[in-house]
Write a protein of this length. Structure first.
Length: 250
């Protein structure tokens, strides 16, 4: 299958020659939502859109046609909405099951050949157990490529990969080792370098600071989860938001 992919690094702007991290699909889920125009930008450049439970409501409101619909449909506004998409594959499940709707969506994407999905939604909405459940998916192999909720962009970089992107000095980047060790990371452009440290599951790089207009993080062993909270571009009078790797005008 010839997949349409969006680069996580902004190659067009910086003409980088590194191995690009790519996204091949999106999974919309319930909970506090990622910004609509960011979702439109990414969903418009991948070849497969999946929804889990009330993620279907979000897709419909944005005019996105899902290719895959799944879940127990207990939080969607109307379960019959799925019938509006006759070309989509629909998988309905009972409420008593061994997987969450998000886990089911990720599994079905893998079975369809999409191995680099980004989760959209799932922000804090009164159910911290759901939030931890999503985080737990990044401990598994294969892990989702990323997660974008209402507050931040989270990105997985695997062993042998390098993430490089333009960044705004003074913004926050946090890094967490996930999956199985051992772990070894390198970085450029961060105030406190990631290399030379003894990384274990009991350590983290919380609230590091961007010091240059370009940063890179390389993984020589293990897997890292990079968290970049959303910030407002100070040069745009509050009208432009910097969503980690992507920029979109509000």
């Amino acid at each position: 299958m010839n997949l349409s992919r969006i680069s996580i690094c902004d190659c067009e702007a910086f003409r980088c020659t590194i191995r690009c991290i790519v996204v091949d699909s999106v999974l919309l889920i319930g909970g506090a939502r990622a910004p609509d125009y960011l979702l439109r930008a990414v969903a418009g450049r991948v070849s497969y859109i999946a929804t889990a439970d009330s993620g279907l409501d979000h897709a419909r409101e944005l005019g996105l046609a899902p290719d895959l619909i799944c879940g127990d449909m207990d939080s969607v506004s109307n379960p019959d909405i799925a019938d509006l998409y006759p070309e989509a594959q629909v998988y309905r499940f009972g409420r008593e099951k061994d997987e969450t709707d998000t886990e089911i969506g990720l599994r079905l994407l893998r079975e369809a050949g999409f191995v680099n999905p980004v989760i959209f939604g799932g922000g804090a909405s009164g159910r911290p157990d759901h939030y931890f459940g999503i985080l737990w998916t990044f401990e598994r192999t294969p892990a989702p490529r990323g997660w974008i909720d209402s507050d931040a962009e989270m990105l997985v970089v695997e062993e042998g990969e390098r993430f490089e992107v333009g960044a705004e000095p003074g913004t926050i980047v946090s890094c967490f080792p996930v999956g199985r060790g051992p772990f070894s990371f390198m970085s450029d452009g961060l105030r406190w370098p990631l290399h030379g440290l003894q990384w274990t599951r009991e350590t983290s790089g919380m609230s590091n600071i961007v010091d240059t207009e370009r940063i890179s993080i390389s993984v020589t062993a293990g897997r890292i989860l990079i968290v970049r909270p959303f910030v407002v571009d100070s040069s745009s009078n509050g009208s432009e938001l910097v969503y980690g790797t992507w920029r979109a005008t509000a």
